[in-house]
Write a new protein. Structure first.
Length: 155
């Protein structure tokens, strides 16, 4: 199903994925998209935490200026962002973030599929992204090297 979807998408497209170094090169090869046909955006956990942040601004430019008509949101298995615990790590991060910010970040932490779907929903519901833009959440399995379609958010 994923390959059929990828074959139907017309460039340019926007790809939002994780900053994990294990994805570099592997994901591009798996997508089989021609060079210069996609814009790769990366953030921890492929998560969009703010509707007015840099990632949403980049997606705004990709869809409104570059005319990307498809956004792929690609999470992956064994994601460190998804595995964040609220224990020692939360205590260590608290000193670097404004009050209340850490709770907002940890509100989206969970399993990889849930984060990917939540990100796709946040993008879909943003007034910055045109209605006609298709948003597709995918999960890349690092062990199997396979892409799984999670659900159709907007076609």
């Amino acid at each position: 199903m994923v390959q059929t979807l990828l074959n139907k998408i017309l460039p340019p497209i926007a790809v939002l994925t994780c900053i994990d170094a294990r994805l570099v090169g592997v994901l591009e090869e798996k997508l089989q998209l021609p060079p210069k046909s996609f814009y790769m955006l990366k953030t921890a956990g492929a998560a969009v935490l703010e509707e007015s942040g840099e990632i949403m601004f980049s997606l705004l430019l990709a869809t409104r200026v570059v005319q990307c008509r498809t956004i792929l949101v690609i999470g992956h298995t064994d994601c460190a962002f998804a595995a964040l615990s609220t224990g020692k790590l939360k205590h260590n991060l608290q000193q670097f973030l404004p009050e209340g910010r850490l709770e907002h970040i940890f509100s989206v932490v969970g399993d990889e599929a849930a984060i990917t779907l939540a990100t796709a929903e946040r993008i879909r519901n943003s007034p910055l992204i045109p209605e006609e833009v298709a948003i597709h959440p995918l999960l890349f399995d690092l062990n199997e090297g396979s892409l799984k379609y999670l659900s159709l958010v907007r076609a």
